[in-house]
Design a protein around this ligand. Sequence first.
Ligand code: SF4
Length: 490
Amino acid sequence: MTGGREDGPEFDHPTEKCGVVGVSLSDREAALPTYYALYALQHRGQESAGIVSHDGFQQHQHVGMGLVGDAFDEADVDALHGSAAIGHVRYPTAGSVDKSCAQPFSVSFKGGALGLSHNGNLVNADDVREELAASGHAFTSDGDTEVIAHDLARNLLEADLVRAVKETMSRIHGSYSLTIMHDDTVLGVRDPLGNRPLVLGELDDGYILASESAAIDTVGGELVRDVKPGELVVLHEDGTGYDSYQLVEEPNTAHCFFEYVYFARPDSVIDEELVYEVRRELGRHLWREAGVESDVVMPVPDSGRAFASGYAEQAQSEGEGVEFAEGLMKNRYVGRTFIMPTQEARERAVRLKLNPIKSTVEDRAVTIIDDSIVRGTTSGQLVDLVREAGASEVHVRIGAPPINAPCYMGIDMATRDELIASDKTAEEIAEEIGADSLSYLSLDAVTDAIGKSEADLCAGCVTGEYPYDVAGEASDRDAERPAIDAAGDD
Ligand code: SF4
């Protein structure tokens, strides 16, 4: 199944594919804090989890399928020696669900041992792979992480660490937040547009890099700051500090706006904004732009919660007598392992997962709030559920603009054909899902709530214009992929 998986952590939502971690400590084994940090990033990938550590002499690795808790047992973590480690949680696209694709990717070469964890997606991986293959590099997977690893390994044979990373950054094009381990040195790199998040934190006895600040909180660390777009951060092997190198500078950034809307944990701070507050602000905007009179406002759990509370708060502050209620109860124990080949089975799965509280909705006008609609397949079933529970009216409000184009930056979204908003207006979608009304939020409201200009955000899945040079697609800036054969091999 492609995109907007219905068997994901939330129904019919885009799917983030990865979370990354890097830890360097003075004396302690790094594997356990890395494991806990991965736990905190579980929402970013549930298909596989892995850690690579280094004890100063050799690399140790463990990767497993499934959730972090299933992929590791105590003995696995104990066997990962060394005070340096990187980790990864992954949610690959359909077809590549096997252990060979699990990360961190690791490779030994003449220049030492290399481990790599990647969040994002390169749009020129094929160009770089072809060039590397022509110069004798053999690949074991079709993933872009291996491409970065090989390119970096080649550069490390000829240059120091910083120059080698810079050379690789000049050749790869696309979205990447990386944690890398070269022997026992841990590094973090964020692509020049900062598409995916990456933060730096401090522990009592070392430093940590992670996709989100919630992972730093989980291991008792303090958020230091975001890794800057185009920056390389090198953690000291003895855990006493870090060095920063601004390797590439671009006039604008392209932070993924969907990190704020859906992917990131609400308790994470990304590019200096608390995600929970951004979501509440999006909800307030949603009321101002598209508020509809109703008796009760309810979130689609869990993703719609902060939006709905902001929406209801704004409505109430303007004198609306609307109630905010958790009227849809989620069965937390329905996993994502359902096989749903038929429409009937899918409908049953929605009922297993969500149940309306009858007394909250009966004979009342209800507004359901969610953050996005991908294919719209489950929205109609949700509206049906609430109507069957007795609602007199069902309105749907979405805290983001319509998604009508695919993502090439590492988000499992759906193809254009599958995206319900790609060829339908909000009125047509309302009719299709059986809602009395449906409204989305404007992109202006999103930029306002995030506090960044549209020029510094990626909104490719909304505008169809991407911040990178994607084959066959328009760009919203002067983006050009590097000419790979110019770098050549020697
Ligand atoms: S296309 Fe959409 S999901 Fe993909 S990076 Fe851009 S904003 Fe995020």
